[in-house]
Design a binder for this molecule. Structure first.
Ligand SMILES: Nc1ncnc2c1ncn2[C@@H]1O[C@H](COP(=O)(O)OP(=O)(O)OP(=O)(O)O)[C@@H](O)[C@H]1O
Length: 645
């Protein structure tokens, strides 16, 4: 399948509306498909999650170790919809990411977390879904394209196209996204296209694709109006029901739910200052708080009451902390806690059928080459749909090529003055395809890393596929752009009228741009931000430029710096193109025989310390630098990802 086909495929899948099997997947794929039957029969049931003596520390380098969650225990049974509530900063998100086995770097988790009695491990990434507080998407995709992409990445690779479409269609309908399925996702505050609520629902739909038996949702209702929030919680509630919802287990942090919304949760877990203040039904919570002397007024929303009681009041921090400590201490010795302790013990020692980890259990998710293919297709759509990347750059290249070519028009000739013009035109060909492409990719990894880390933590793909997809998606532009530039500038400037010299020069210009971009990728992966990468790249550039053979005769470079020319693809490119211009040229006219003149092409090459036999050496050296920069870039990215996760 070529790139066009990949585009077609992504876009074609978006056209499958009411009858996805017929329109997107062909008529034959719907009947008797492997995916259809196997996925349905393997769809996981809900699971039991338990945790004992769980403590979470922030262990950031240079900062004192901070205990965020303090020796908490609890259990959640299949079919339970649990609201995790507490004041801001209480530790809700930290607790949930720890339970989901998704704690970020700099956070250490101690304690025993089990799923159906088995200690948690990396399987949690495939067993559970995690809806983050802040959703991240590729802004250039439409809602449907995003879901199609995720379906192909996440679902069992044996799932038929028809089945994939059915799932996507069903989720669009369930989450009320059918009307906006062909709308670009966009970026909030920038080129925002779908609404905040639709973004939340899309993030939710993405997590539901694999039908995980365990779902963690970090503030899914934030930013939604009360009706949309209610619909979302209703949907969650239905998912916890059997048999249709298959008794999913859902934990959900939530801020200030209305009384109506709160009543939809089977249990609430109140977190305060990293401890558990209560786990149980909302009604039992009200009774427990009443026993502690905190009575919820009749007209008051219980959720607001709990959060206000457990909050740290400005101005009376110590008193609030003491009150919270007392509530947590009382809960720890209450009947509710004892019942919970029994439940934890039961869940730890219980016998459970093997749970199904989708999609590995039924054949595995997409293979690495397919993931690379999908990622490349997505990255290409990003490039193609962002005019600031493609259109503007192409226009700029055209304008510079025409301007530079016109400046050299009529100045290039086989004469003493013509030598300077030829070398000047060659330097423009090299420099214009070095600096701007190198700087233009510096933002690639700093800007895309958050999304990558999110998708990586969901177990979707590794740094290799991410890095390569970025390189491959830019490849067409990195051939077309320099080629257009070379064609225009070469012929307008009137460089050597020889097809071989032109063809080879164009190929070297393309190679130059690719090596420059590879260097930019390396700096982008090595440094955390564009300004930091620039701070190192600018001096590096100057050394490369000075040793390119244009500004100083290379053979006269001081020994302590002369080695840098071997890192300079500007020098390799310049020398290779100079060879193509001057090799075999004899008899350069000399206006005054009494003055020292460059007599022929060899003499010109010698003047710049270039060697006519170095053409292939230079091309090979540029190829080696290209591979080296990308290898270093990949290594840096890999190290960064390891550090951050
Ligand atoms: N990696 C970390 N390093 C240092 N402190 C951290 C780290 N992660 C969380 N914290 C701190 O732990 C506390 C709990 O944070 P957490 O995000 O879990 O709270 P929360 O209850 O989810 O708050 P909110 O409702 O505002 O999102 C906060 O004081 C936060 O600053």
């Amino acid at each position: 399948m070529d790139t066009e086909h990949l585009f077609e495929h992504l876009v074609m899948e978006q056209d499958a509306d009411e009858d996805p099997a017929a329109s997107a997947c062909g008529t034959g794929s719907g009947s008797g498909s492997i995916g259809s039957s196997s996925v349905d029969s393997d769809t996981p049931r809900g699971v039991t999650l338990s945790w004992r003596d769980l403590t979470v520390f922030a262990t950031a380098r240079g900062a004192p170790c901070k205990r965020i969650i303090k020796h908490v225990s609890g259990a959640v049974r299949p079919g339970a919809l649990v609201a995790v509530m507490g004041a801001s900063g209480a530790g809700k998100s930290t607790l949930m990411t720890a339970l989901a086995h998704r704690s970020p770097a700099g956070v250490a988790v101690r304690g025993d977390i089990r799923v159906d009695g088995r200690p948690v491990g990396d399987f949690m990434r495939r067993l559970s879904g995690f809806l983050h507080q802040e959703d991240l998407f590729v802004a250039e995709l439409t809602v449907r394209e995003h879901l199609n992409f995720m379906a192909r990445m996440r679902l069992d690779r044996r799932t038929s196209c028809w089945e994939r479409q059915r799932k996507v269609q069903q989720l669009l309908r369930q989450l009320g996204l059918t009307a906006s399925q062909h709308t670009r996702i966009g970026t909030p505050g920038h080129d925002k296209v779908i609404s905040g609520g639709e973004r939340k629902r899309l993030a939710f739909a993405t997590e539901l694709l694999t039908e995980p038996p365990l779902l963690f949702c970090d503030e899914p209702t934030t930013g939604l109006d009360s009706y949309s929030a209610q619909q979302l919680v209703d949907l969650m509630q239905r998912m916890t029901e059997r048999p249709r919802g298959r008794g999913k287990t859902i934990l959900c942090t939530i801020h200030q739910p209305s009384s109506d919304l709160l009543a939809r949760f089977h249990r609430i877990m109140l977190v305060a200052d990293g401890r558990i203040a209560f786990i149980g039904t909302p009604e039992d919570a009200l009774l427990f708080f009443r026993e502690q002397g905190y009575v919820c007024p009749a007209s008051y929303n219980p959720a607001d009451f709990f959060i206000r009681t457990l909050a740290c009041m400005p101005g009376s921090e110590e008193a609030s902390k003491a009150a919270v400590r007392k509530i947590c201490d009382r809960f720890a010795v209450s009947d509710h806690a004892r019942k919970m302790e029994m439940e934890v013990m039961q869940t730890e020692s219980g016998t459970y059928p093997a749970f199904v980890v989708q999609p590995a259990a039924s054949g595995g998710a997409a293979m690495w080459p397919q993931k690379l293919w999908l990622l490349t297709g997505r990255a290409m759509l990003q490039v193609a749909r962002d005019p600031s990347i493609q259109g503007m750059r192409l226009l700029q290249k055209l304008a510079i090529a025409v301007m530079a070519g016109l400046c050299f028009l009529g100045t290039v000739s086989v004469s003493q003055t013509g030598v300077m013009s030829v070398q000047g035109a060659l330097f423009i060909l090299v420099s214009e395809n070095t600096f701007s492409p190198m700087y233009s990719v510096l933002g690639v990894f700093p800007s895309e890393l958050p999304l990558y880390l999110r998708e990586h933590s969901a177990g979707l793909y590794g740094p290799g596929a991410f890095y390569m997809s970025k390189v491959l998606s830019m490849l067409p532009g990195l051939v077309v752009e320099p080629l257009i530039f070379a064609v225009l500038a070469y012929w307008l400037a009137g460089l050597r009228d020889d097809l071989y010299a032109f063809g080879m020069t164009a190929a070297i210009v393309i190679l130059t741009m690719n090596v420059s971009t590879a260097c930019g990728f390396f700096f982008s992966a090595a440094f955390e931000s564009v300004p930091t990468a620039m701070a190192y790249l600018v001096p590096f550039d100057y050394v490369l430029m000075i040793t390119s053979g244009v500004f100083v005769k290379l053979s006269t470079l001081p020994s302590y710096v002369s080695w840098t020319q071997y890192l300079s693809w500007l020098m390799y490119s310049n020398e290779a193109m100079s060879i193509l211009q001057w090799q075999g040229v004899g008899n350069i006219t000399c206006p005054d025989a009494t003055l020292p003149c460059l007599q022929d092409g060899d003499h010109v090459l010698d003047h710049y310390s270039f060697d006519a036999t170095h053409l292939s050496r230079n091309i090979i050296a540029m190829g080696a630098l290209y591979a080296l920069f990308h290898a270093l870039g990949l290594l840096c990215l890999w190290r960064r990802v390891r550090r951050l996760q």
